[in-house]
Ligand binder design. Structure first.
Ligand SMILES: [Zn+2]
Length: 407
């Protein structure tokens, strides 16, 4: 990357690469992408004249990545919490016990480190859950556009601020609304939050069907559900006050009419193929957090069924309390490991345009199209045949294969 100081923001620069993946179904050989003031202005198969031209190499130039679900402010917990061993309720107990004891300086340093790492991995947009609003600065410092989802819990805790969004050049930031989960926010409040979220054209985020405990809590059967009910009672939440409308978490949300094209459902590990069809019918997006889901619950969502149903899928890392780092490349690899039959292009789509759409920014991020935002990511592959480019990028990107971020 050219040092920012050496070129004016108004000067166009052309970046050439052996392959350019612009969007699903559009992989170009030997193309050039012209960037100006942090946005794509042109894509050409000729070396553009009259401007600085930088040929990156024979590898793959692609859109920057989207991390649609993380909790940057929990980064400090990485040092305190043991690797999750499939015991979701045990992990949740540890998390809420550890959280009050944090040191603000240490939390700040861990957030900075994690956001810088994410930016170095090519992440350009994040959907970040927050209870304090104390992490947005770290994303801004790292140059990663961010939607800070202020998370409401219980009947009254943490009322999210009024939603707002703004652009500064190609940098986007917003404060939006998140409902923690269908088992932790009473019906009346969830509906009020959905109304509040509608003040801006961005989604409301909800953790859904993450664990077996959650499903059992709704059905009222099973030891894990009883454990969750007991956990909630100790935190002042009675099941009777939740006003549950159905025996499954998704059916409950559907009955409350809070699932639509501006709803970002997160995890969905326990959703059945029939429920995934309902999610698709509502036009809602689903964010998978493969490493966190496997660590906390031993499973990930039924991705083949979700793709078949036409659900828009995104990828997220979740927090460092349940995942070793904020690399979306590692999430892509984990998903391919669980479902080796997946098309790598479908997985790259989740990490780019799928994530951008899930965050309500599908017209601005996740594709290489004139008007869309940089930074872009160059994956430093050797000479590669067309059908091997995307698999090779997923297999090594950000790990054994070096990345260059260009804007
Ligand atoms: Zn989460």
């Amino acid at each position: 990357m050219e040092p920012q100081a050496e070129r004016s923001a108004l000067t166009a620069t052309a970046y050439g690469a052996g392959w350019v993946w612009c969007a699903p179904g559009r992989l170009l050989h030997g193309a050039w992408v012209v960037l100006q003031a942090g946005r794509v202005v042109d894509i050409s198969d000729q070396t553009p004249a009259g401007m600085q031209a930088v040929h990156l190499g024979p590898g793959l130039l692609m859109p920057g990545l989207v991390n649609a679900h993380t909790h940057l402010e929990l980064s400090f917990l990485a040092d305190f919490i043991a690797k999750p061993q499939g015991d979701f309720m045990g992990w949740l107990e540890t998390l809420v016990n550890l959280r009050p004891g944090y040191d603000r300086r240490q939390a700040k340093e861990s957030a900075r480190r994690a956001a810088t790492f994410a930016a170095g991995q090519g992440t350009v947009l994040a959907g970040d859950i927050t209870n304090t609003g104390r992490a947005a600065w770290a994303w801004a410092e790292a140059g990663v556009s961010v939607i800070s989802f202020f998370e409401a819990l219980g009947p009254a805790r943490a009322e999210p601020p009024e939603p707002e969004m703004k652009w500064e050049g190609n940098y986007f930031s917003a404060q939006a609304v998140a409902c923690h989960a269908p088992y932790s926010v009473p019906s009346w409040r969830m509906q009020a939050l959905k109304k509040k979220a509608a003040a801006i054209p961005l989604p409301m985020s909800i953790h859904l069907a993450e664990s077996r405990a959650e499903v059992e809590f709704f059905t009222g059967q099973g030891a894990d559900g009883a454990r969750m009910e007991d956990f909630l009672v100790r935190r002042g939440l009675q099941k009777a006050d939740m006003d549950l409308r159905a025996g499954r978490p998704l059916a409950h949300l559907l009955a409350l009419e809070v699932v639509d094209s501006r709803t970002l459902l997160v995890h969905g590990v326990q959703l059945t193929p029939e429920e995934l069809i309902q999610v698709a019918a509502q036009g809602a997006s689903l964010c998978l957090c493969p490493r966190s889901n496997l660590g906390l619950t031993g499973a990930v969502a039924d991705v083949p069924a979700a793709l078949k149903a036409g659900v828009n899928l995104a990828l997220g890392t979740d927090s460092l309390a349940s995942c070793p780092d904020l690399s979306i490349w590692a999430e892509m690899r984990k998903l391919m490991e669980v479902y080796p039959e997946l098309d790598p292009e479908a997985v790259i789509t989740m990490a780019t345009s799928g994530g951008a759409k899930a965050l309500g920014l599908g017209e601005h991020f996740g594709r290489i199209v004139p008007g869309y935002c940089a930074p872009l990511v160059y994956v430093d592959l050797l000479e590669t045949k067309k059908n091997e480019v995307l698999p090779a990028a997923v297999a090594g990107g950000g790990d054994t294969v070096k990345l260059t971020i260009v804007d």
